[in-house]
Design a protein around this ligand. Structure first.
Ligand code: PLP
Length: 418
């Protein structure tokens, strides 16, 4: 693997970390498959031009043996997959090759393939919903595509055109739309995945890759109503750090978080509340973003979530909750803050009776209410509504977001598939 090739790529990907998403959008049209923010000269040196990703010549091979579908009530998250998948190969010489929709199948890869050794892998998690008229809708897919491109660029995997990939995913969803249960609360979880496929052990930018998409029908996260969780505030392990890659949806970020989760579980806590630094900044909860509600001295309520400082995954649900709160909450009563908050601050609010609510946010559950946080072996109790396993903000956000996802309220975030 040529180092002369890998250096400019890494340099430009790292430089890109400090630049804004907006400038990325401006530039991506001429720079689909390279780390963002390459200068034009780096771009020319780094890799030859190849074909852009296009939905125009997509080939479709339908399965000869459709699988039997489980009754919706038997679905377990991520266990059942639909009949078809998308595969789009890429290589450094030709660029993106023709997208294929194929029967769901095993991949066959050389044991030396770089994804197995150096974790050249990134993914997305998004959902398709069936509305009451039977039409299929995606929720803010542009956000997922933007995030996937920025993640891919960080590990020298090829980037791609958003609209083309959304069109290709839409073809797959339409072909397998029978797999989306029509009952409210059900959906189709979509897992776009990008892996480096170069079969060699040299450490460098992969010269070939595979973008694929698999899909799994899923049931409601809370079939019998919300279930609030208990967290262990975790400072003996760190999920993400400044200038690291915790803001990217890399497979490599997830495996190291399982052991701390098992340790928390062995003490009776479902998830880790990831802290950072001597200050004990609250970053995320498990694989979700974290929200807190405090009552301020002037009587106003403050909705708080961590700022996007590079240690936080930029959740689409997080962004949606912030957007809805800013738009729909009473401005005389609410302050919406993206700021750092410490576990000490949460404990002090609990003692003073001004800790109002806490919940996590993510695509799988939308919101996950929290009822207790253990910190240094002391429980911090989080209020819930009487007779319910959720606070009012989590409940309200779950309702508003589901109304948009299921097309009950028309909103630009819900993209209807033609
Ligand atoms: C995916 C993910 C989230 C949530 O993102 P959504 O886009 O809302 O699903 C939050 N934190 C981590 C670490 C994640 O991987």
């Amino acid at each position: 693997m040529a180092f002369s090739n890998s250096r400019p790529l890494l340099f430009s990907a790292v430089r890109g970390l400090s630049a804004s998403p907006a400038s990325y959008l401006v530039r991506r049209s001429w720079q689909q498959r390279l780390p963002k923010f390459c200068s034009a000269s780096t771009l020319a040196q780094a890799e030859p031009e190849g074909a852009q990703l296009s939905a125009a010549n997509i080939s479709i091979e339908k399965t000869a043996a459709p699988k039997e579908k489980l009754p919706p009530s038997k679905l377990v998250f991520g266990h059942t997959f639909t009949d078809h998948m998308v595969q789009i190969p890429w290589n450094a010489t030709d660029g993106w090759l023709t997208p294929k929709i194929l029967p769901y199948q095993n991949l066959s890869l050389d044991p030396a393939t770089c994804v197995f050794h150096y974790a050249f892998e990134c993914f997305e998690g998004m959902k398709a919903y069936k509305d009451s008229k039977g039409s299929v809708r995606l929720f803010r897919p542009d956000k997922n595509m933007d995030r996937m491109n920025r993640t891919a660029a960080r590990i020298c995997l090829p980037t791609f055109d958003h609209e083309a990939f959304i069109k290709i995913i839409a073809e797959l969803v339409k072909l397998d739309s029978d797999w989306i249960p029509s009952e409210r609360g059900y959906s189709l979880y979509i897992r776009p995945t990008l892996i480096g496929t170069q079969a060699s052990l040299g450490v460098g930018p992969p010269q070939s890759a595979l973008l694929y998409v698999i899909m799994s029908p899923v049931g409601p996260y809370y079939p019998t109503g919300f279930k609030a969780v208990k967290l262990e505030a975790t400072d003996y392990a760190i999920r993400a750090w400044p200038k690291g890659v915790g803001d990217r949806k890399l497979g490599a970020n997830y495996a190291p978080a399982i052991l701390p989760q098992q340790m928390a579980a062995s003490r009776g806590y479902q998830q880790n509340l990831w802290l950072f630094g001597d200050e004990g900044y609250i970053t995320e909860v498990g694989t979700m973003n974290m929200f807190l509600v405090f009552k301020q001295p002037d009587g106003k309520l403050e909705l708080v979530t961590a700022p996007l400082d590079g240690t936080i995954l930029e959740g689409v649900t997080r962004d949606s909750i912030l957007g809805l709160a800013r738009e729909r909450f009473d401005k005389d009563k609410w302050v919406i803050s993206e700021r750092k908050a410490t576990i000490r601050e949460v404990a002090d609010h609990a003692t003073a009776g001004t800790l109002v609510e806490a919940f996590g946010s993510g695509t799988a559950a939308v919101v996950s209410p929290i009822k207790e946080i253990s910190w240094r072996d002391q429980p911090i109790s989080v209020p819930l509504q009487p007779g319910k396993e959720t606070g009012p903000v989590a409940e309200q956000m779950a309702k508003w977001i589901a109304e948009i996802q299921y097309g009950e309220v028309e909103h630009p975030w819900s993209v209807l598939l033609e």
